[in-house]
Design a protein around this ligand. Structure first.
Ligand code: CAO
Length: 513
């Protein structure tokens, strides 16, 4: 049997972005064969009946239109009246089917299309809800970007099973808007109420995996379904496909890696559970929802804390001269409105020390038998925002001077607080600095931003009496705390790193060497 590309509504051509089967695979009716994508939607082309894949006639990247031959299937059960089965599959355009062996896509993902000159837009209004029946042309959401409005419409008929965005959310091209079951599959496979059950009635298994942050994950329906079966959260996987799309191979590699880590590591097993206490028995309570950023940070911090054996070393450095120099610099840049904070010096100095001790700029490979040493120095710094902690990254910080580092710290922290950071601003860090600075404290234990292996904590500088040989002098003293992954770095390395860093910050002439 020939499987052809179905009617694509208004779209002339779509790109083949994933092939989910190989010749010889035995499939059941409606199993996904390939995934196709326009700039607004991705969808599976399913196998029209039980059978064995004889031949796949497209490759990833091919542009195909309605009626294009996708695959040849050898049917397994001819008594099952292939003809009548296929005729029952309605055309997704709503027009009469012209070819019996054209498959109908089942699950369709609507995506944010290319946004032209801008990379982000805001969801101004949701015009649809889960459970709603839509037809081609129905409005789904209204976006606003650069003071212009843009409507996202459905290109197919069907029922929305999920709407993955909320109003005021920032979105980028490729983010998931909504998921739809085409009429064909609903009529054929399941009662409508099963497909459109509202979120709080849906099986918890399904929801746990798909719903949280679904919009930030770019993956096709087949991958999403498989992830559900494996119990994998797609947010954990970085996609190798075009525009970061998670492919089936990415998912399989992730599962394989997770299984091998589970068997290798006993560290995370048998964690005693924390007792749950019903505090409302003792007095009034209220519930405070964690923001998405806080939830992601919590997951990452916990993973790092339980997986990495942490050691923290504390030190202090006399930064009186640095502060004098900083005042001079700041007086010079005052008119321009710029400000150089101690963090710029600390970041610059850290880059120089990392170059001397590259093991601090590395990651432990998952095999546990080697360390991947990064030859570039991308320094992340923690920013406290009303939504939670975010860590933007200054790329190739070793190639930048104090003024540039300073202006990037200020630009990135402003973007972070205005929720304007893009993925690129947050990725690729090789070492992190967490500066509590003026917020206080004499030292703390920063948690390593795994898979990095080290993080520098900066507490509040204070004036302390320092013995200069014949008297106590008031000096500005800055406390530093270095946490590291003890599997990769030992105490002597930590000591050398801190000595080098405090030498540089204590005598800033060395920063120019
Ligand atoms: N000791 C004393 N004062 C300090 C200092 C230090 N270690 N570091 C900075 N300061 C001063 C600055 O000089 C500035 O003083 P003026 O206003 O007089 O110029 C003031 O504190 C405020 O600095 P800043 O916060 O605007 O700038 P920054 O470069 O020091 O820090 C940023 C930028 C984004 C790191 C910071 O604003 C921030 O969000 N810090 C919190 C990070 C955090 O939460 N870490 C914990 C993570 S673990 O939960």
């Amino acid at each position: 049997m020939d499987v052809l590309i179905p009617n694509l509504g208004d779209i002339d051509e779509v790109e083949v972005i994933e092939i989910t089967v190989s010749p010889g695979d035995q499939l059941q009716k409606n199993d996904s064969l390939i995934v196709i994508e326009s700039d607004k939607a991705s969808m599976e082309v399913p196998c029209p009946s039980d059978g064995v894949v004889e031949e796949i006639l497209v490759t990833v990247g091919d542009m195909v239109g309605e009626g294009h031959l996708v695959a040849k299937i050898r049917e397994l059960d001819v008594t099952n009246s292939e003809q009548s089965d296929l005729q029952e599959l309605p055309d997704i355009s709503g027009e009469e089917s012209v070819t019996n062996d054209i498959a109908s896509p089942n699950r369709i993902d609507f995506l944010i299309p290319d946004l032209g000159n801008t990379s982000r837009a805001t969801v101004k209004e949701l015009l649809c809800k889960p459970g709603q029946k839509v037809t081609a042309g129905s409005k789904l959401i209204l976006l606003e970007a650069d003071e212009e409005e843009l409507e996202i419409t459905s290109e197919f008929d069907g029922v929305l099973v999920d709407v993955c965005l909320s109003e005021n959310q920032l979105v980028s091209s490729g983010d998931l808007v909504a998921q739809m079951e085409s009429d064909a599959v609903l009529e054929e496979n399941q009662p409508i109420d099963k497909a459109i059950a509202p979120a709080d009635q849906e099986s918890s298994d399904d929801k746990e995996v798909i719903l949280p942050n679904a919009a930030s994950v770019y993956a096709g329906p087949a991958v999403r379904r498989l992830a559900r079966e494996y119990g994998v959260t797609l947010q954990e996987i970085s996609g190798s496909g075009k525009r970061g799309r998670i492919t089936k191979d990415d998912l399989k590699a992730h599962v394989k890696n997770r299984l091998s880590n589970v068997t290798k590591s006993t560290f995370n097993q048998g964690l005693p559970e924390v007792e749950t206490i019903n505090f409302s028995k003792f007095g009034e309570t209220s519930s405070l929802a964690l923001s998405r950023i806080q939830q992601v940070a919590a997951k990452n911090l916990h993973a790092s804390w339980v997986n990495l054996p942490h050691v923290t070393q504390h030190d202090k450095v006399d930064v009186t001269d640095l502060e004098d120099f900083r005042s001079v610099l700041n007086a010079e840049v005052e008119d321009a409105g710029g400000k150089i904070t101690p963090l710029a010096f600390i970041l610059r100095a850290s880059c120089l020390v990392l170059q001397d001790y590259p093991i601090f700029n590395s990651s432990l490979e998952s095999s546990g038998t080697s360390v991947l040493v990064n030859q570039f120095f991308n320094i992340g710094f923690a920013v406290d925002t009303p939504e939670g902690l975010v860590v933007p990254v200054i790329k190739e910080a070793d190639k930048k001077g104090l003024r540039q580092i300073s202006s990037e710290i200020s630009d990135l922290s402003e973007k972070a607080r205005e929720k304007k950071l893009g993925m690129n601003d947050l990725q690729g860090g090789t070492f992190t600095i967490s500066s509590l600075g003026a917020l206080g404290g004499t030292g703390f234990t920063p948690i390593v931003n795994a898979p990095q292996v080290a993080i520098l904590g900066v507490a509040r500088m204070d004036i302390e009496p320092v013995w200069t040989g014949d008297q106590f002098s008031p000096r500005k003293i800055l406390p530093l705390s270095l946490s590291y992954d003890h599997r990769v770095i030992n105490g002597a390395d930590g000591g050398r790193f801190m000595n080098s860093l405090t030498r540089l910050l204590g005598d800033i002439r060395r920063l120019s060497l």
